[in-house]
Design a protein around this ligand. Structure first.
Ligand SMILES: *Cc1c(COP(=O)(O)O)cnc(C)c1O
Length: 229
């Protein structure tokens, strides 16, 4: 399949998932996860209209970012080591993997140092409780949100989660529903300065279920841009 055909097919599946759940297509932002493809393919994807790009390691994305950053919206979706914050802050429009206070504090500090007024972040929750997954356990969410209040440059725009890979798509539904419920509780708690509306959830194997459960950002690699490396 060509990249155009894959995009078309994914687009159709997204539209159908939106229709099934009474949502409109513009409520769901596709993030093309380009970590498995080359700079050339990333460039082509952007030319074909995939302007939101997701990557999870600075070392890998650096050449792509340097060549293409002016045209896109960049999402850092992988585990972020505290000592890598200075590489990514100010370069990525969204950090999806905020999962501990030390990381939050470093993001705030490095943003201040560079006069960056705002770093948009999503808090990563480990809803499924899998030990191999990064992310805060949901029970820690409110305490964490309270700690973030002093970090004035961090803007919490939503929550992110990953469902267990090996699960049947339908079995992931409680994970995605759980994330939506935690977002609603977080907003109701009044702990955030502004409402956090985003739900970053759904990957190649489970994005339709995620959309049915309210995803506003789906992170699509293999199914959308393919896997070359
Ligand atoms: C790699 C990755 C994706 C995309 O994975 P696919 O299954 O290829 O769609 C999405 N989110 C995160 C956090 C990833 O690391």
């Amino acid at each position: 399949m060509t990249l155009e055909q894959r995009i078309e097919q994914v687009e159709r599946r997204i539209t159908e998932a939106c229709e099934r759940s009474g949502r409109t297509r513009d409520e769901v932002q596709v993030i093309a996860v380009t970590k498995y493809v080359s700079l050339e393919t990333t460039k082509l994807a952007m030319q074909l209209g995939l302007l939101h790009i997701g990557e999870n390691r600075w070392q890998d994305v650096q050449p792509k970012w340097e060549a293409l950053s002016s045209e896109g919206v960049w999402h850092f979706i992988g585990h972020l080591q505290t000592n890598k914050v200075k590489d990514v802050v100010g370069k990525f429009d969204y950090i999806h993997s905020l999962d501990r206070y030390s990381l939050a504090a470093e993001l705030d500090k490095q943003a201040a140092k560079r006069d960056i007024p705002e770093v948009r972040c999503l808090i990563q929750l480990n809803v499924s409780g899998e030990e191999t997954k990064h992310g805060l356990s949901p029970e820690e969410l409110f305490t964490f949100a309270e700690q973030l209040r002093e970090l004035k440059r961090l803007k919490i725009v939503g929550l992110m989660t990953m469902a267990p890979y090996e699960m049947e798509a339908e079995a992931t539904r409680p994970v995605f529903r759980g994330l939506r419920e935690w977002r609603d509780r977080l907003n109701a708690s009044g702990l955030l300065r502004e409402e956090a509306s985003h739900l970053s959830m759904g990957m190649s194997g489970d994005f339709e279920v995620a959309i049915e459960e309210g995803a506003t950002m789906v992170r699509l690699g293999t199914v959308l841009v393919g896997k070359e490396i």
